[in-house]
Each structure stands twice: as structure tokens, then as C-alpha cells.
Design a protein around this ligand. Structure first.
Ligand SMILES: *[C@@H]1O[C@H](CO)[C@@H](O)[C@H](O)[C@H]1NC(C)=O
Ligand SMILES: *[C@@H]1O[C@H](CO)[C@@H](O)[C@H](O)[C@H]1NC(C)=O
Ligand SMILES: *[C@@H]1O[C@H](CO)[C@@H](O)[C@H](O)[C@H]1NC(C)=O
Length: 579
């Protein structure tokens, strides 16, 4: 590490350098040159079973962070998929050929994890939506915000990227035999469940969530292309119907304030890194500046970005920073977790969106300044008029230089608050920039690597965003595209003592996702038959159990879980006896 010391001294004074020379470029070059190999090492250190910080993790399992306070020594489906999307991109784009065994290990680990019964259900009853597992591949059974329906979609996206690469290598048997069954489980889950509520990527709000919807859409589009390529035509029609439905619903997050509302619930402003992460994780350079899929250079995504950035002027470390300079940004302005600080991965996502945008503007040879994106551009180039600026124009040169400088200035903020040694925690303090919350967050390192990749012009493979059109009316999801719900009337014969009540809970939202606290109370009007009627998703396999509550004590029915599949329409009445 001794060779790094002089560079770190330079990095340490980055704010001064940027302000003084009016360019962050050299500083950011130096920062990435030093930090990227550190980030790669530290990212791999958190992957089992050989990673130096991964003690106890099974092979291919990504630990969110080795921190035990707060305790992040678990494996999240979302974080793992984003980390492996980064590793797979690095391998398939030829940047690091040493990563193949890691990818093989990830595939093997996810095949196991998918089959682990957990509080969200089994592999066929909703268990794929379980957010996190123990690092020895057993279920985490504590209370948590579940389900989180972005996980299966993100895992499918990573594995489809891998499958597409292997097809170009003539390795179609591995794709069909090993990868497709794993991918298909996730895609079937997305296709059947996208229209159910979910906890957001920050695990706090249960509603619909923009990031989740967008990555689900990407997963089905990529899945359709892969299925077609390997002769799995039977899924194509169902996925195509649901992809169109999701794309339709995706548009509804746009609000008249000129940004995407991150969640339909939660009671917040809706300004959230959720949306910036969406833009970079559904980037498809082939789609140009398409606003329907919220591409990084689209006017919607740029308008959204400016709104998001300005929401973080509330942090003390941002005070006095000019409007055209990078800020420390976090998850959302109302955040209070660990004091509600900036996150490294959020600030890096801003830079990455802008680097992605630059890739496309240069590729297409022009920039469109629309009424919607004009405020974003005017912030960097005062007085800029609405119009199309071809790459031959001086304005194109000015704008691309200004956007590059702006992007670099966000990385410079991250550089300024990277401690010597290069470790990236989850957050850095809003008052003094000191690292806080979980140390060595694996996702922070992945974010550093993908931002650097985008800055170097790295273009991920297309997922089929080009030329999509939005259906004129939005259909709800569900099997066969008709979707909807059926009325399920639970009847259970149960003898109780005075003050004791019978509840039901199970594997879907409508049954409170196995939560004894939120389980549904049955009526004793027909005692000893207890009854409740609930609307549940049609054509869905559902598991459930009855529970008793008496003086605060909860008693579950004995195993196994009860199970039925709802009909496509109409109603359904399970008649049960307490066991
Ligand atoms: C982990 O270590 C074992 C034993 O040294 C080795 O065989 C294996 O290839 C390593 N796995 C990875 C992913 O490096
Ligand atoms: C196909 O890829 C898998 C996964 O990396 C590998 O184990 C296998 O050897 C490859 N097969 C061929 C024929 O290259
Ligand atoms: C389901 O889809 C419909 C139609 O697009 C939409 O109005 C509704 O909000 C969606 N619900 C969820 C939970 O995604």
C-alpha cells in the first residue's frame, strides 16, 4: 500500500484542487486510479468462501458488509445481484478475466438460495421475494420488511447478462441446462407478482416502488429475448403481456413537479436515490435518450436528477457549494436512519447517470434541450435555449464539457470523504463527512466500480429498451394478463377460551406475509366456526396458517403450512379444522 500514499495526499485536498483550478478531472483521474483496485479487492473480500472478510459465508455468497454493528452480516438478494451484475459486466467486457470462478460460485449459490423455504414462502409460494438470508444459506426468520420484489428481477438481470455472453461463446448447453431454470423461476415470479405491493429497496415503505417496477420491466424484456434465443417459446407470450403492463404502470410514477415519485406510499416528497439508481441500472445505450424507459440522458431523468440533487442542500457539508458543483447526496431528504446521511453509492450514482448520458450524446452526435431538461442544462450553462445541438456545434462541446465537469465534481465529493486506506462505508456524515454506519459496504464498492466504468465509456449490453411504446390503457398484472383477485372465505373450526382469538396469515400481501403482528382477525359470529373473507390474487399458489392469540401469546397451528391455489376468477372457500 505504500505506493498509494502520495496519491492519497493529493486526494485529500480535492475540494481545494477542484475549486482552485476549476477542473476536477485530474483529481478524479487520480482518485479512480487509486480507489478502483482497492474497491475491487474489498468487494471480493466480502464474497464467500475465500474472501478475507467473508468468514462463515458459503461459496458465492455476498456479505452486505462485514460490519457487526450495525449487523450487516447477511446476504441480500438485491445487493448480491447488483454486485454480481458489476462482476459479470467486468468479466464479459474483458476488464477482468480472473472473475469467472466467482460467477460460477454465485450461480451455484443462488440455485440453492432460491429453494430455501423462508418466511415469505417456498420457491413456488412467494419465497423468491424474501429479501435476505443468513450467510450459511439458511433462512433468516426474524421480523423484516418483506417481501422485496426487486431481488428476483435483479438476479435475473445479472444472470441473463451472463447467459447472453455465454451464448456468444457457443456455450448454449450450460445456458439451457443450468442458467435457464434459475432465471425462469425469477421471471415467473416477476411476471406473476409485479402488481403486488412490495417493500422498497430501502426496506422501509410497503407500496409500489419505481426502482422495483423498472428493474422488473427490464427483467421480463431481457427474459423474452433470452427465451426466444434458446427455444423456450412457451413463456414469451405471458412475459410480453406483463412487460407491456409494467411499462404502462411505470409511467404513472412521473409527477407534475418534474420528477419521479419513488414510492406510491410512505408519505414523503418522493425525491429519492431510488430513481437515480433506476436510471443507471436500466441504462441501455441503444435506446438513446428515451424517456419512456427513463434513460440517463432523457429529459425526464435529467429533470428528476436536478430535483433529487437539490433536495440535499439540507446537509451541513453542502452549505456554500455553488449550484453547478457536486453535492453530497443520500437516499431521500426525510431519511433518519443513522441520522440520515449522504451515502457513497447515492452520490456515485449521480455521477454515473451523467457519464452514461455523455456516452449516448456522443454516440448519437447531438444533445436535445427540451422544456423539461432546460433547467438542468441552464444550471450548468446559463441562458441555454431549448433546441437540438449537433456535435459539430460549439454548444455541444460546451455542454458535454460542463456535464463531464459536473459529474466529476460528485466523484470529487466522494473522494474528499474517502478516508485514507480507501474503505467505503455505507454513509458519510452530513455534518463533517466522516464515514458512518456499516463499514466496507459491498454495494459501495460496486457503485465505485460502475461509476468508473461509465466514466471510461463502458457500455453494458443492451436489454431491449429501444423503441418500446406504452400501451394506451394500463392492465393490472396476474396470470394470463387478466389478473385481478378472487374472494377467499376462510372458515376454520376452532374452540377457544374467553379472550382468545383466531387469526390467519400467509405467504401473500393479502395475508400479511406471515406476520403474526399483522395477521387478520377472524370473526366468531358463527362460533365455533371462525370466518373472514379476503381478496387474494387469482391463479396463485398460497400458503397459510391460523394462529391463536391470547394475553399477548401467539400459538401457531402445527406444520405443515396449509396450501391452495386460487382459481382464475370467482370465489373460493377453504373449510379447515384447527390443528
Ligand atoms: C477458493 O479457495 C480454494 C482453495 O484454495 C480454491 O480451490 C478455489 O478456486 C477458490 N475459489 C475462488 C472463487 O477463488
Ligand atoms: C460453459 O460455461 C460454464 C460456466 O462457466 C463452464 O463451467 C463450462 O465449462 C463452459 N462450457 C464450455 C463448453 O465452454
Ligand atoms: C397494479 O396495476 C395497476 C394498473 O397499472 C395499477 O393501477 C396499480 O397501482 C398496480 N398496483 C401495484 C401494487 O403495483
Amino acid at each position: 500500500m505504500s505506493v498509494c500514499v502520495p496519491i492519497f495526499l493529493a486526494v485529500y485536498n480535492v475540494a481545494f484542487v477542484c475549486a482552485f483550478l476549476h477542473s476536477c478531472s485530474n483529481t478524479v483521474d487520480a482518485y479512480f486510479a487509486t480507489e478502483s483496485p482497492i474497491a475491487k479487492d474489498k468487494l471480493l473480500a466480502n464474497i464467500g468462501r475465500n474472501g478475507s472478510e467473508s468468514s462463515g459465508a458459503k461459496s458465492g455468497i455476498v456479505i452486505a458488509s462485514p460490519s457487526t454493528n450495525p449487523n450487516y452480516v447477511y446476504t441480500w438478494t438485491r445487493d448480491s445481484a447488483l454486485v454480481f451484475q458489476t462482476i459479470i459486466d467486468q468479466y464479459t467486457l474483458g476488464l477482468d478475466t480472473s472473475l469467472r470462478s466467482q460467477i460460477d460460485n454465485y450461480v451455484a449459490a443462488q440455485k440453492i438460495i432460491q429453494q430455501v423455504s423462508n418466511p415469505s414462502g417456498t420457491v413456488s409460494t412467494g419465497g423468491l421475494g424474501e429479501p435476505k438470508f443468513n450467510i450459511d444459506e439458511t433462512a433468516f426468520t426474524g421480523a423484516w420488511g418483506r417481501p422485496q420484489r426487486d431481488g428476483p428481477a435483479l438476479r435475473a438481470n445479472a444472470l441473463i447478462t451472463w447467459a447472453n455472453f455465454l451464448l456468444t461463446q457457443g456455450n448454449s448447453s450450460y445456458v439451457s441446462v443450468t442458467l435457464w431454470p434459475i432465471i425462469k423461476l425469477d421471471l415467473d415470479y416477476v411476471s406473476a407478482n409485479w402488481n403486488q405491493t412490495t417493500f422498497d429497496l430501502w426496506e422501509e415503505v410497503s407500496s409500489s416502488s419505481f426502482f422495483t417496477t423498472a428493474v422488473q420491466h427490464r427483467a421480463l424484456r431481457q427474459g423474452i429475448a433470452l427465451a426466444t434465443a434458446i427455444g423456450q417459446a412457451d413463456v414469451v407470450s405471458g412475459y410480453t403481456t406483463q412487460a407491456a403492463n409494467i411499462l404502462c404502470f411505470l409511467q404513472s410514477y412521473w409527477n407534475s413537479g418534474g420528477y419521479m415519485t419513488a414510492n406510491t406510499g410512505g408519505g414523503r416528497s418522493g425525491k429519492d436515490a431510488n430513481t437515480v439508481l433506476t436510471s443507471i441500472h436500466t441504462f441501455d445505450a441503444a435506446a438513446g435518450c428515451d424517456s419512456v424507459t427513463f434513460q440517463p440522458c432523457s429529459d425526464r431523468a435529467l429533470s428528476n436528477l436536478l430535483t433529487y440533487i437539490n433536495a440535499f442542500r439540507i446537509y451541513a457539508i453542502n452549505s456554500g457549494i455553488a449550484a453547478n458543483q457536486g453535492l453530497a447526496t443520500g437516499r431521500y431528504p426525510e431519511d433518519s436512519y443513522f441520522g440520515g446521511n449522504p451515502w457513497y453509492l447515492a452520490t456515485l450514482a449521480v455521477a454515473e447517470q451523467l457519464y452514461d448520458a455523455l456516452i449516448v450524446w456522443k454516440q448519437q452526435g447531438s444533445i436535445d434541450v427540451t422544456a423539461l431538461s432546460q433547467p438542468f442544462f441552464a444550471n450548468l450553462s446559463p441562458g441555454i435555449a431549448i433546441g437540438t445541438y449537433p456535435s459539430s456545434s460549439a454548444t455541444f462541446t460546451t455542454l458535454t464539457a460542463a456535464v463531464k465537469e459536473y459529474a466529476d465534481s460528485f466523484v470529487a465529493v466522494v473522494a474528499k470523504y474517502t478516508p485514507s486506506g480507501g474503505g467505503l462505508s455505507e454513509q458519510y456524515s452530513r455534518s463533517n463527512g466522516a464515514p458512518t454506519s456499516a463499514a466496507d459496504l459491498t454495494w459501495s464498492y460496486a457503485a465505485l466500480l460502475t461509476a468508473n466504468g461509465a466514466r471510461n465509456g463502458m457500455v453494458p449490453t443492451s436489454w431491449g429498451a429501444k423503441g418500446l411504446t406504452v400501451p394506451t390503457t394500463c392492465q393490472r398484472g396476474g396470470s394470463g394478463g387478466g389478473g385481478g383477485t378472487v374472494a377467499v372465505s376462510f372458515n376454520v373450526q376452532a374452540t377457544t377460551v374467553f379472550g382468545e382469538n383466531i387469526y390467519v396469515t400467509g405467504s401473500v400481501d393479502g395475508l400479511a406475509n406471515w406476520s403474526p403482528d399483522n395477521a387478520l382477525l377472524l370473526s366468531a359470529d358463527s362460533y365455533p366456526i371462525w370466518k373472514i373473507t379476503v381478496n387474494l390474487p387469482a391463479s396463485t399458489s398460497i400458503q397459510y396458517k391460523y394462529i391463536r392469540k391470547f394475553n399477548g401469546a401467539v400459538t401457531w397451528e402445527s406444520d405443515p403450512n396449509r396450501q391452495f391455489t386460487t382459481p382464475a376468477s370467482g370465489s373460493f372457500t377453504p373449510n379447515d379444522v384447527w390443528r
